[in-house]
Every structure is written in C-alpha cells, then in structure tokens.
Write a protein that binds this ligand. Sequence first.
Ligand code: ATR
Length: 277
Amino acid sequence: MGYLFGLVGYPAKHSKSPWIHEHFLHQHSQQGAYRIFETSPELLRDQLHALKLVEVDGFNVTVPYKEEIIPYLDEVDEYASSVGAVNTVHVKDGKWIGYNTDGRGYVRSLLEQYPDTKLNETRVLLLGAGGAARGIYRALSEVGCPVIDIANRTASRGEALLSLRCEGTHSSVLSLAEAENELSTYDLIVQTTSVGMSPNEDNQIISLRNVRDRAIVSDIVYKPFETSLLIEASSKGARVLHGHGMLIYQAALAFEQWTGMSVEADHILTKFEQQLK
Ligand code: ATR
C-alpha cells in the first residue's frame, strides 16, 4: 500500500496537483496516488467526514475552502493560523494538522531561480492584498526582508496585512499610482492580483516605466505564461519570475510535510513549463 493524497476544492478537476505529486512520488520510487475530491459547498461537511474514514495521509485545500477548513482541524500551525488560511492538511496519528505552504512556496521559488538574492537586503513592493498576498507578505517578512510596501486598489485591505508583519520589517501602504512613481526604489516587485489573468491578458496593474535595472519582477498569475507585466519587465532589463514556481514549490513543501522526504522540484518545474509554452 502506498500513500494516498488528495485535493479538496471547487472547482478542482483541472488541477495540476495530481501531475505534480505523482512526479514527486516517482522521484522517490514511492507507490501512491493523488486524487481530486471536487466538493461543492453543500457537500463539504460530508466530504470531510468521508476523508476521515479513508486512510488519507494528507490533502491539499484550495479555493474556496482555505479558511472554511479551519474548524474541521485538530491543530493549525502558527504560520497558517496567522495567515488565516490552510492549504495543506497532514494526517498524523489520526489528527488533522493544518499548514499553509503557499507563501513559503513563493519564497522557495524565488530562491531556486535567483539563489544569490539577499533577502535581508531586499526592498519589496507587494501589489495586491488578497489571500495570496497575505501568505507571501508573511513569508517574506519572516525571512527578514527589511521593507515590504503594499500597494492595493483598496487601501484598507492593504492596511489589514500589517498585522502579519514580523519584527525587522517596515511597511507602508501606498496607492497603485504612488507605487508606480516610486518603483525605482524596489528590488523585488510581487504581483499577486488577478489583473492580467487570461482572458484579460492585456490588463496590467501598473506601468513599469520606473523599474530599476536588474530588479526582479514576479507575477503569480501563470495563465498566460508571460503576462503583460512580465513582458514589460523583460523589455526594461528587469529579471522575471513566473507564477508556476510558486505552484510547484507549494506542492513540494506539502509533499515534504506529508512524507518527510525532500524533493528536487526544479526539473519538474522545467517539464511543467515546457507543456505550457
Ligand atoms: P486572492 O485570494 O486570489 O488573492 P482576492 O482575495 O479576491 O483573491 O484578492 C484579489 C486582489 O486583486 C485584491 O488585492 C484586489 O484588490 P482590492 O482589494 O482592491 O479588491 C485585486 N484586484 C482584483 N481586481 C483588480 C482590479 N481590476 N484592479 C486592481 N486590483 C484588483
């Protein structure tokens, strides 16, 4: 008998997670399967009850249940609890323990692609203040980024992120127009909103006219492969980070949590990107 993992979400059937996790299992010559448990809201309770009965080793949680799952868990780790969202459940001695690997997956993708990045000297501009931004903000703050400014269309949502700040990080909340004007002061720009996502790929959250040469511009949107923001970044001499890395590395961190085995995900990322191009 091998491992049994899965995904609870709605919709979920087009998820790439089975493909990714089956590669991780293969890398370690492990038997196992990763199943999609697509669950509509009225069936969530029953689905989770059924999962308690089968011998699942762990599962991921995606939209719209990353917050709703929390009351069903026996424990939630400190990071997931502060972010207020769980994307990974580890079943350990019958207990359901919640984690969140999204933000840390983003940081790992950044360091895998740009290993020379000195995070403790990196001035960050975070665009957006939704669920994805919360996890990334916390993860960048805990690894010691000295400045993480937040620019969001709705300032109050940006301010709500400040409670996630770790000691040593300074943050201001800016308007998108202010961020655009101040862009040259940042080393890393992280786009976390849905702006630019297919089928609205011509939309771009801010102009990069003031971006610093060699700054890193990242976009967590991965459809289209090159968002308009990343195309402009490349044309201005900035370095780019695509959204697929976060997807692959959040999965790698979940797999490592479930199995205790570390995965080398870089060639899986390359293979994944080749399929999309
Ligand atoms: P997620 O959990 O995927 O991050 P979310 O919580 O709905 O999704 O957050 C979406 C983010 O995209 C927010 O920062 C949102 O800005 P507001 O807080 O002002 O709503 C941002 N966003 C979405 N559409 C936008 C648009 N057309 N222009 C600017 N920002 C937009």
